[in-house]
Design a binder for this molecule. Structure first.
Ligand code: PLP
Length: 228
């Protein structure tokens, strides 16, 4: 059985190889460790191996891990579906939200972001797979949404996030991630972030400009959603 530290080394070398192949700067891609369903001890182990940024999908689970790991210098990213009744806790307890897909949620996050914290970093989740995915704004709605979010005072719009339809076909992966990159370029806003690529498709995402890859399974093993 491989340890989390071994997995981190493997994923880091995959990222490094993809960055080199794309002729990109070595520091232009960051690893976001997606730790949903994993116990706090697994995050502690990853932190000991150098990971600082963690992505969580479920608010209550994330908050309880944050309490358990309060002694560690971790940076928390919310990457799950956002609902109005969760925005206050998200605004108070995270540095980033990757999954904003409507203005109402962004407005609440801005209003509820504590003034003693820096602005909340935001990525707009965009749906580039059409019917195949229900979350994310449509490419057609993106320009107006991005402009409106970029004007909210307590948020910093950093870029886009996408979860294309899973496929092992590299050409299809490349096409989906290229579409995200070109949507971002078309916005004409000062954006520096593309959150895209997971365990199975991070090479393609990096080739197409990803700056955060969000990796769960390849770091922590398969998830068991049926644990007590
Ligand atoms: C679970 C999840 C990931 C990680 O997926 P893996 O295939 O386990 O690497 C990345 N992004 C989001 C939004 C997720 O929900």
């Amino acid at each position: 059985m491989s340890t989390i530290a071994d997995n981190i080394a493997q994923v880091t070398s995959r990222i490094h190889a993809a960055v080199l192949a794309a002729h990109r700067d070595a520091h232009s891609v960051q690893l976001l460790a997606v730790s949903k369903t994993k116990p706090a001890e697994a995050l502690r182990e990853a932190c000991a191996a150098g990971i600082r940024n963690f992505g969580e999908n479920y608010l209550q689970e994330a908050l309880s891990k944050q309490l358990e790991l309060a002694d560690l210098p971790l940076i928390w990213h919310f990457i799950g579906p956002t609902q109005s009744n969760k925005t206050r806790a998200i605004a108070e307890h995270f540095a980033w939200v990757h999954s904003v897909d409507r203005l109402k949620i962004a407005q609440r996050l801005s209003e509820q972001r504590p003034t003693d914290l820096p602005p909340l970093n935001i990525c707009i989740q965009v749906n580039v797979s059409g019917e195949a995915s229900k979350s994310g704004c449509t490419p057609a709605d993106l320009p107006a949404l991005a402009k409106a979010i970029s004007e909210l005072p307590r948020l910093t719009l950093r870029g886009l996030m996408a979860i294309p339809e899973p496929t092992e076909d590299r050409a299809a992966q490349d096409a989906a991630f290229a579409a995200v990159q070109s949507l971002q370029a078309s916005l004409n806003l000062p954006l520096d972030t593309l959150s895209m690529g997971m365990s199975h498709d991070l090479e393609s995402a990096i080739a197409m400009g990803a700056t955060w890859v969000r990796v769960g399974t390849a770091l922590f093993g398969a998830r068991d959603y049926h644990q007590p």
